[in-house]
Design a protein around this ligand. Structure first.
Ligand SMILES: [Zn+2]
Length: 150
């Protein structure tokens, strides 16, 4: 566990038991500056299936404890239900072994038929909608797919 202040955020490195891995969370410094009670909590929602790791900070921004939230529901944003990605480049499976595209991106691309929304695709591939959206935006900037609004 470590807390490193950088600009107006604290970079917190913390072990998540559920992921069985160390995760990095950016916490705004004004979380502590503006807090009216301590410890002040900050929930990092991450992973697939999505879960939360609540971090508790004291006045000095020391990490005093963590707590896992297993069962959460994240409200779907409009974007994930309206955005429809469509594959515009043909990517052979070989592109994965050549390292041109990750396995995850390739799996995602199979679903981008221009009919399914980001939300529907996220359920199909078992990734959080925000992660699918982010991956689609990256693929769009590489001209592999196109994002349309329904
Ligand atoms: Zn986790």
């Amino acid at each position: 566990m470590s807390v490193e202040k950088r600009g107006d955020v604290a970079i917190v490195t913390v072990f998540c038991k559920l992921c069985d891995a160390t995760i990095t969370v950016e916490v705004p410094l004004n979380l502590v500056e503006n807090a009216s009670h301590f410890p002040v909590e900050y929930a990092a929602i991450h992973g697939a299936p999505a879960h939360g790791l609540t971090l508790y900070f004291d006045r000095q921004f020391n990490l005093r404890g963590t707590e896992i939230i297993r069962n959460i529901q994240v409200a779907e944003s409009d974007a994930t239900t309206k955005l429809v990605p469509k594959k515009i480049a043909s990517i052979p499976p070989m592109a994965v072994s050549l390292g041109m595209i990750s396995k995850k991106e390739f799996k995602l691309l199979q679903q981008c038929d221009g009919k399914r929304s980001v939300l529907e695709i996220s359920k199909k591939v078992g990734m959080p909608p925000a992660e699918v959206e982010e991956a689609c935006r990256q693929l769009q900037s590489r001209k592999i797919l196109k994002l349309d609004e329904k």
